[in-house]
Design a protein around this ligand. Structure first.
Ligand SMILES: Nc1ncnc2c1ncn2[C@@H]1O[C@H](COP(=O)(O)OP(=O)(O)OP(=O)(O)O)[C@@H](O)[C@H]1O
Ligand SMILES: [Mg+2]
Length: 251
């Protein structure tokens, strides 16, 4: 008889992730598992290493040491498009979208649908799929054919999240997705994040906004100058405790 094994496959498991930049240790032995349908917030002061960790998971940087597992398989992504083919999507603060293109082209960026036999863009299908997706997610925009630059910041971030929702098979990383948004736009984006969770995606969200962390996250993990100082369930911690962990000063 073999011993029973833990067969639960985690969308993300990080084992001892370490990153050096020359002599700087940006991340030191970082561990984390995220369950399907779980939102984990990653918090810490400026320069703590949050974006570096997101870039490592998304294939932009290679870790100096440690292992990344996605859906139970060891992952070592060559670059972000390699990560995307494995169902890992990223939403950035600075909106990696193309201003002069219509919404539907942004939705299909790098994965455009083409018609046979000449490979011309299948704009009609891309636009209708985009329209269906934004309606399903209740992202309010004038039309899937609108030019991106005509949308507000909140609508644009809605498109970035809709794109991640559409393509991510299991894991979405977000680096300060609402940092550039106002209160109402932030609320709308948080609704979208909760819809992603309801669909069973695992979400890792970097945020400086403590109220947001408590509104959306199930757990929160704290980085201080590259060291992971702790992970808490949001139900079992407080604003003051997190601030103390972030700063290293007792509350
Ligand atoms: N490409 C790089 N080369 C050298 N050092 C880097 C590089 N990227 C990040 N660092 C360093 O790694 C550390 C962590 O930076 P990172 O951008 O991950 O911080 P952060 O937690 O995202 O901060 P912020 O809240 O300001 O966005 C910093 O000391 C930074 O200067
Ligand atoms: Mg950052």
């Amino acid at each position: 008889m073999t011993a029973p094994q833990d067969t639960t496959v985690k969308p993300l498991r990080l084992d001892g992730i370490t990153k050096h930049f020359g002599g700087i240790v940006a991340i030191k032995r970082f561990d984390l598992e995220i369950e399907p349908g779980e939102i984990v917030a990653l918090v810490g002061d400026n320069g703590a290493g949050k974006s570096t960790l997101v870039k490592i998971i998304s294939g932009m940087y290679q870790p100096t040491d440690g292992e990344i597992w996605v859906n139970g398989e060891r992952a070592s992504f060559r670059d972000p498009s390699d990560a995307r083919t494995r169902g890992v999507e990223v939403v950035y603060q600075d909106l990696a979208l193309v201003d002069l293109q219509p919404v539907y082209m942004n939705l299909f960026l790098g994965r455009e649908l083409r018609r046979k036999p000449f490979g011309t863009l299948d704009r009609k299908t891309m636009a209708s799929r985009t329209q269906a997706l934004v309606e399903e997610l209740d992202v309010r925009i004038p039309s899937a054919r609108a030019t991106l630059s005509d949308l507000s910041g909140g609508q644009r971030q809605g498109i970035a999240i809709a794109r991640a929702t559409h393509w991510a098979s299991s894991l979405v990383l977000m680096d300060e997705p609402t940092a550039a948004l106002g209160v109402a736009e932030t609320a709308k984006v948080e609704e979208l994040i909760l819809k992603l969770k309801a669909r069973g995606a695992a979400v890792l969200i970097v945020s400086h906004n403590m109220e947001q962390v408590f509104r959306v996250a199930d757990r929160v993990t704290v980085l201080r100058r590259g060291t992971q100082v702790g992970t808490k369930r949001t139900e079992e911690t407080t604003h003051n405790e997190l601030v103390a962990m972030i700063t290293g000063l007792s509350s």
